[in-house]
Design a protein around this ligand. Structure first.
Ligand code: GDP
Ligand code: MG
Length: 426
């Protein structure tokens, strides 16, 4: 059985936490896109972990974790992440971590390019993309220019090292144009020697492994980074990730284009948050925003940046559910709304006096205003609730309303960051 777990919104919906919870039913967890720009926070009996590259299943014994070909891998970052987890007592061996030979390596000059371009944009337009500055967009661009190094090449460094100087010369033309110091071939070879070699034993044809696992009846989960609205095609371009964050891409990015998904689970937050720039129609400002940000602890896991926040956005969430083909929803962070007497929901957008109920093209989105409606809050602590019957009536009404407005069943509701802090609705 193949299941994808994807974000319905702008990311940071709590995917890491839901994957950690749901991974008990899975034998294999795969990441299939993105790089170390992801930041999944997982809190369980072993501690509090922020995962950037490793799938959340790494925190469970007996789960095999796969980094798929759709990913871009900063090998220095990955070595650091593995080391940190090992220090916390997590076992990581080639038996429970497999890295696709076809995954692309994020190079130090890609990180530099990301920083140079964001700074240039800031100066020239005052509107940077809000990149995490970890080289993700430049390395994906290089992938499509076919000027990248892939993990499998680390298994044959004689050939790999012969290719380095040409690509470095080419890249330096860009770096010089920004007025920065060119990078050196020896330094890039050092990077491969220091951070590539320790990863050699993990690199393999993960597609072969996944096909065998599937034939053997294993349960395979695909874990997305970011949400539908950050998809390179369907999201709020250019304020998106540089990869496909949607469920339909999961089999391709994981290495099994021949297999079909059996189920798509969407992770949707009980309110909205958005890191970085771009249109965010339902956004709160001032005191309203500060209150929700504090209550939700909305600061980036990867960067520490304060996240923009707003109430639940029906228009954007319905679009996200459609893009993800979600069969069911896990609604997260409902407890964050405990404090409110009344809870606002953004039910529609308004554009020049006209009401919009479908998510528009990005340019149009910029001009839309939110239409807020209010419902009664429950105004009590729900973080100890573990059964549907324990949830207050107003919380159940809120869940039912979102189900109706979004036309999708909500199966799980999370009421705290800890592994067991959730309610199964059916
Ligand atoms: P991801 O990128 O989608 O995995 O989400 P992040 O980890 O970036 O952000 C989610 C944050 O919310 C993390 O700090 C989680 O520990 C926390 N969290 C997840 N679920 C809940 C919940 O149900 N209630 C509360 N209060 N916090 C939660
Ligand atoms: Mg995150």
């Amino acid at each position: 059985m193949l299941t994808s777990i994807c974000g319905i919104n702008w990311g940071d919906e709590g995917k890491g936490r839901m994957v950690d919870l749901l991974s008990q039913d899975f034998d294999v967890v795969c990441r299939y896109q993105g790089g170390n720009n992801a930041g999944h926070t997982v809190i369980n009996d072993k501690g509090r972990f922020i995962l950037n590259l490793l799938p959340s299943g790494i925190l469970r014994e007996n789960v095999v974790n796969v980094l798929g070909n759709g990913m871009v891998i900063d090998i220095k970052h990955l070595c650091g992440e593995i080391e940190n987890l090992r220090k916390a007592g997590i076992r990581i061996t080639p038996d429970n971590l497999k890295i696709s030979d076809k995954a692309v390596i994020t190079m130090p000059y890609n990180v530099l390019q990301d920083i140079m371009e964001e700074d240039r944009l800031q100066k020239a337009t005052g509107k940077p993309y809000g990149s995490t500055r970890r080289g993700i967009a430049p390395v994906y661009a290089d992938k499509y220019l076919k000027k990248v190094f892939r993990m499998g090449e680390l298994l044959n460094t004689d050939l790999l090292y012969k290719r380095v100087s040409d690509i470095v010369d080419w890249k330096n033309m860009t770096i010089r144009a920004y007025g920065f110091e060119p990078v050196k071939t020896e330094d890039m070879i050092d990077y491969f020697e220091t951070y590539g070699k320790p990863l050699k034993d993990y690199i393999c044809d993960v597609g072969l492994y996944l096909n065998k696992a599937n034939k053997a009846g294993k349960n395979i989960m695909f874990e997305a980074q970011l949400g539908a609205l950050r998809d390179i095609d369907f999201g709020i371009v250019p304020y998106t990730s540089s990869s496909s964050t949607i469920a339909a891409y999961a089999p391709i990015g994981a290495g099994v284009p021949n297999l079909k998904l059996d189920k798509s689970i969407g992770i949707m937050k009980a309110y909205s948050s958005c890191v970085g720039a771009g249109p965010f129609t339902c956004e709160y400002f001032g005191e309203k925003a500060e209150r929700l940000r504090e209550l939700g602890g909305e600061y980036g896991a990867a960067t520490g940046r304060p996240r923009r926040v707003g109430p639940f956005d029906v228009v954007a969430s319905r679009y996200g559910i459609r893009c993800q083909g979600a069969d069911e929803i896990a609604l997260t962070k409902l407890d964050v709304l405990d404090d409110y007497d009344e809870i606002e929901i953004c039910t529609k957008y308004e554009l020049n006096g006209k009401i919009l109920t479908e998510f528009p093209f990005t340019d149009v989105l910029d001009m839309c205003k939110p239409v807020f409606e209010k419902v009664k809050g429950w105004h009590c602590d729900i973080s100890e609730c573990r059964k549907k019957e324990q949830l207050p009536k107003e919380a159940l009404d809120y869940i039912n309303l979102l189900e109706r407005l979004c036309d999708c069943k909500i199966r799980y509701v999370s009421v705290g960051a800890e592994r067991d802090a959730f309610v199964k609705m059916y």
